[in-house]
Design a protein around this ligand. Sequence first.
Ligand code: F6P
Length: 361
Amino acid sequence: MEQGKKRIGILTSGGDCPGLNAVIRSVVSHATLGYDWEVLGIPYATQGFIDRKAISLNVHGMDVHGIDPLLSTGGTILGSINKGDTLERTQDIIDGYKELELDALVAVGGEGSLAILHDLAEKGNWNMVSVPKTIDNDVPFTERSVGFDTAVSTITDALDRLVFTAASHDRVMVVEVMGREVGHLALHAGISGGADVILIPEIPYSIDSICHQIRELRDRWGRRFAIVVVAEGAKTESGESRSYTDAFGEVRLRGIGEHIAEQIALCSHVESRVTVLGHVQRGGVPSPLDRLLGTAFGKSAVDLIAQGLYGHMVAWQNGKVVPVPLSQVFAKQVRPVDIQGDLVQTAQAMGAYIGELSKSQ
Ligand code: F6P
């Protein structure tokens, strides 16, 4: 490494989402063109440190015949991991980081992986800045995380398609969407796609009220079909949700769609069908907004390193990118839907049933 020339690393951690490659592209462009630094990509997040692997990234190495595909491709060219088992090798990860002789690291991750990386950064004395990404949009202090907008578009597109087949067969279509313990995806897409029922973890639901809504649509408006959007983490009034344990012993949220559809069929005698959108929501071409956000975040992360403002995350607040100390981010729980907010009121004003608001905490 030339004297005085910085070498920075970048990794993507946690579940992938559209827009990650826009962040990588932006970091590489700004670091190399703006500051003349060297950029190393760390494959598969902390696994890359364990394996002592790094890829040299430079602006003109990321194109195909002069065309740069990164803005418009989903996933992450660096690969990612979505489980914490590498943590059993904390010292190995810290040693791997040291061996790469990095001056700083850009960590792109969601709430869970950023917390893990922040802890590693403290233990290993890393100069780390972070970029929030997750289709769940639940990272505290940022109104938007990379990947959310594209996932909302994907779900909305699915609802636009399902409404026609629902209407043709007089059926209730139940659509289960991701989001873990928060309902931003379900609420945004539910409003954008005109859903009749929107169920989110922040507001408990009652089967009786869902059935009442389906009957009202038929008896009052003559509408014999309905669209129900349910977040995978939605809960009953007694706090019950649906999950299963996978072959690796991990508990995963799944099955709420089937449950709701069955209950609707029983109480309303209307045929119901379930669509679990699953990982389709994490794929696809990033939306213009996610490309823009990823690019603005990547550029600002590089500027934070130039200013020596480590231990910070770039965040989107009131139309601006601002730095937030990571210690503050993790002092908070994930960012839930504001149940008193405009969007919940908007969904209600559109006639959607959104749960038992008076019974939410
Ligand atoms: O956090 C993003 C997310 O897509 C959640 O919405 C979902 O529950 C989870 O990741 C799925 O994780 P995995 O890719 O490990 O199945």
